[in-house]
Design a protein around this ligand. Sequence first.
Ligand code: GYE
Length: 307
Amino acid sequence: GNASTGEGGGGSSGDKLVIGFSQVGAESEWRTANTESIKSAITDAGHELKFSDAQQKQENQIKAIRSFIAQKVDAIVFSPVVETGFETVLKEAKDAGIPVFLADRAVDIEDDSLWVTFLGSDFVEEGRKAANWLAEEMEGVEGDINIVELQGTVGSAPAIDRKEGFEEVMAEHPNFKIIKSQSGDFTRAKGKEVMEAFLKSEGENIDVLYSHNDDMAIGAIQAIEEYGLKPGEDIKVIGVDAVKGAFEAMAAGKMNVTVECNPLFGPQLVDLIEAHAAGETLEKRISVKESIYTMDQAEELLPTRKY
Ligand code: GYE
């Protein structure tokens, strides 16, 4: 039937759509920029937005999606907190004929007919970029390089993939050692708290911090300073996202590098929703373009950063 085509919902492009957006939370600078980008792209295009903030809890997202289904929205935008456990609710959306667009984070579900497309970044590649930067930075350094890792939210696509990509490159560098690894849930407060614990047990042994996002790195920088060490020098600091806070920390010499993860894909997402409503077939995975930025570029680029 027409269950998964969105027929009878939106119609051709130019029609006003009702779009439900289930966002992860408000845990980071990245997230705030992403929420703003998606919300304004939807309303600027003349569509109606129903927004729900899950506060990093899966059960809140399942509730939100059920409520969007009950309200018979034309499309659901969904950024899953974690990769697994959404099969049932996504089947309910499919059965109701409501197309689901995965934004930012992927799910680990076999049946890819449960969503139209995934628009987001290649988190594995981001992990590789972080480790490749470190390999270059540490070239010629003898002996073990002791790394502590601040992981993102347990079970989330960016935490799983950024670890995987980093470890993949590490395998080529036997002197790279991850001596501690724990989740800081992508927040500054948790990043600081976990870094304090790392410092307490490992102290000056730590050469490098690899943080799955900038916010946790910024929290950790504070912990390093309070401990009496120099972030960026005594401990090299690697982040991911390339938010303004990271550029500020780099310009101050406290952070060494950030791998870009661009959150400003709202307009691209709305184009995809409209294209689908107009009957176009979309690729299953669509990537956002990005780069990496180092300390020496920070001052120059800071005024141009949009998030
Ligand atoms: O890197 C982090 C946020 O899913 C890519 O989530 C996103 C990540 C981002 O909390 O800062």
